[in-house]
Write a protein that binds this ligand. Structure first.
Ligand SMILES: NC(=O)c1ccc[n+]([C@@H]2O[C@H](COP(=O)([O-])OP(=O)(O)OC[C@H]3O[C@@H](n4cnc5c(N)ncnc54)[C@H](O)[C@@H]3O)[C@@H](O)[C@H]2O)c1
Length: 280
């Protein structure tokens, strides 16, 4: 079994760590501090416990998952991982710091994958001396439930790296799509303009947030409304991706509405901070 290292134990990193450990991989997850790490690991434990209560998971499977999962606040502990999957905040400078450190620490043959929603794989790969081993492995939220991995190929990603990540994604039980390294890849290129338009609809006073969400849920059979979805993704992440898309294409449909910027400045990031368009 390959040893997997996950960097970041927030919404996505925690979900990826849970998924890998649940599928039998020795998994090591890293956070910025012991405090953040404990919070992340507690969240994973609470998720698994909920699944046990609902009868979706046996107690033994939960114990096995937790025994596959270790945490560390020191990235130096990644010296023996086969694959590192980065899931820190959506910020290029932060990812750059993480990748240049991983490049120095991880074994020469290790693959360095990123769960970025919008940052160029080429830009991330260029911060390492192994661009052939850098690849996008884009999971969806919540990771244990959402069935897709978007595999993103940088210009220099090797076939060997691609094959290994395809095999890993399949062994994690996910459907796979492959995309070139273009802003937004497939899903966010289509999704983000829709979310921005929903926020503009609210901002214009056309309808209440509840009616916008109810309209799309019931009129288009969406599992949740766009404003709820933005809260679930994280309004800061939505803003960051919108800015990347605007930078990439210079089209007005990607311009972030002032309301979104204000909400991010105010810390109304959505579910993860307890308050966004709705309270949680
Ligand atoms: N939220 C989504 O729906 C979603 C979906 C797909 C992909 N993504 C991508 O996943 C990544 C993480 O997003 P998230 O929603 O989990 O964010 P989050 O804010 O919930 O979690 C990010 C975590 O990374 C940690 N972190 C920051 N810098 C770090 C560092 N240098 N080393 C270790 N840990 C560090 C933070 O403490 C935090 O716990 C982003 O790149 C985002 O674009 C998000």
């Amino acid at each position: 079994m390959k040893k997997i290292g996950i960097i970041g134990c927030g919404q996505m990193g925690g979900g990826i760590a849970q998924l890998c450990a649940q599928n039998g991989f020795p998994t090591l997850v890293n956070e910025v501090s012991q405090e953040f790490l404990n919070k992340g690991l507690d969240r994973i434990k609470a998720n698994l416990s909920k699944n046990v209560e609902k009868g979706k998971l046996t107690k033994e499977a939960m114990e096995k998952t937790m025994s596959n999962l270790k945490g560390t606040a020191k990235l130096e502990d990644f010296r023996d991982v086969d694959i590192a999957i980065e899931a820190v905040i959506e910020n290029f400078d932060e990812k750059k710091r993480v990748f240049s450190t991983l490049d120095k620490i991880c074994p020469a043959g290790a693959i360095l994958a990123t769960n970025t929603s919008s940052i160029s794989i080429m830009d991330i790969a260029s911060t390492t001396k192994r661009p052939d081993k850098v690849i996008g492995m884009h999971f969806f939220n919540p990771v244990p439930i959402m069935n897709l991995v978007e595999i993103v190929l940088g210009l220099q990603t090797s076939n060997e790296t691609y094959t290994a990540i395809k095999e890993l994604s399949a062994s994690l039980g996910k459907a796979i799509v492959t995309t070139k390294d273009r802003p937004g890849f497939i899903v966010n290129y289509l999704l983000i303009p829709y979310l921005l338009d929903a926020i503009r609809t609210l901002e214009s006073g056309t309808a209440t947030k509840e009616d916008i969400d109810t309209a799309m849920k019931n009129g288009c059979n969406m599992p949740m409304g766009p404003l709820t979805l933005s809260d679930f993704i994280g309004n800061d992440t939505v803003l960051y991706i919108a800015n990347v898309l605007y930078e990439g294409f210079k089209e007005t449909k990607y311009v972030a509405p002032p309301l979104l910027k204000q909400m991010v400045t105010a810390g109304l990031l959505g579910k993860k901070t307890g308050k966004g368009f709705y309270g949680y």
